[in-house]
Design a protein around this ligand. Sequence first.
Ligand SMILES: *Cc1c(COP(=O)(O)O)cnc(C)c1O
Length: 454
Amino acid sequence: MKIPNQETLQAWDDQHVWHPFTPHSVFREEEPLMVVSGEGNYLIDIEGRRLLDGVSSIWCNTFGHRNARIDAAIKEQMERISHATMLGNSTVPATILGKRLADLAPGDLTRVFYSDNGSTACEIALKMAYQYMHQRPDPKPEKKKFLALSNAYNGDTLGAVSVGGIDLFHERFRTLLFDVLRGPSPYAYRCDSCQGLSACGGGCLSEMERLMRAHAHELVGVIIEPGMQGAGGIITYPEGFLKGVRALCDELDILLICDEVAVGIGRSGYMFASEREGVVPDFICVAKMLTGGYIPVAATLTSEKVFEAFLGRPELGRTFFHGHTFTGNPLGCAAALAVLDIFEEENVLERLREVTIPKFEERLKALAHPNIGSVRSYGLGAGIELVADASTRRSFASSERRGMKVCRRARDLGVFLRPLSDVIVLMPPLSITNDEIDLLFDAVEKSIQNEFQG
Ligand SMILES: *Cc1c(COP(=O)(O)O)cnc(C)c1O
């Protein structure tokens, strides 16, 4: 492929490409990067700038760009086959990956259903859980509803949007969506009862208990992002929240779906965040980090108990009628296998827990500025919430685009970032070094200082 010059590319981009989650009226003025290549934890743009990928290309790059082991695994697979269907059929990489994910997963999650992104991984869990209620040995077809939290984000397809709880993204589509019971977001900083405390006072779990007891007869399941709500603004849960929800699910015959699309595959310091939280869900959804951030492959893990409810002669209609063309793509599965090899052979989780995350947390703790309202983190992911007035927790007007502006400044200091409104998100590749953590935080501190000077 011959690469056109920068001007031509910009013109074509402006004329033809519609970008995701992007207000196009300000797209060009916010100076988007034109990425040409990557190298380790860095992006390289058309002007030859090298930028630390501080959000791992939207939270999915696990071990850097052009990682030699992942590259080699994909090339090796490409020389065998790049795609074959999994509908009634198997491929070698998807089979091996299924076995490895099942071995790694907490508890009795032995079944792996593939798709190709986080939204579909969640849709699949929702549909499986729903159908399960009709087909289990003691059917409960009156169980039809899901409970999801305010500020939840599970993707952009309509089922995922139905359980989503971010008004800015989801409210527009409300009449198209199925009805969901809405639980509280554990957003201590902006919670009426917690009043800016650093952790939830426990009211969230009580409210969950109230809702779950009142609606147990009609609840299929609860869908939760374990550890933290990601796109909602890196909102971390109080200690024991997920365990509490799991206990209620057990008691009240409700399924627990953990959307680990953001926090799964190492982000939390554990392979699965559920594991870190000491919980075995009925479903785990993984996507982003699974293939190293190379190729879209997602997986929905569930138990033998759920799987068995779908057995029976085909004419009984118990089959799960769902599947995507590129489900379990062999190149993606080969990449995922290389990722799991790296975790294992390079003791990644140990290094994360003992070296990288402590260093990351130490720098987070040292952040101080009058416009920083709240700093929240989970594993190797953090959110820094900027406010106009820290004493009243007053936000900036969204038109000020302060988060974007701070990230734009960080770029001039060698770091690529993308905020969630006025929350500066730090979500680097797991391969980030301690020196690169310093580069990341030095750039963030300086960018915040510069943005609010005078
Ligand atoms: C990104 C994300 C999704 C959606 O994944 P896509 O691959 O973008 O469809 C779902 N849930 C969570 C928690 C996410 O962070």
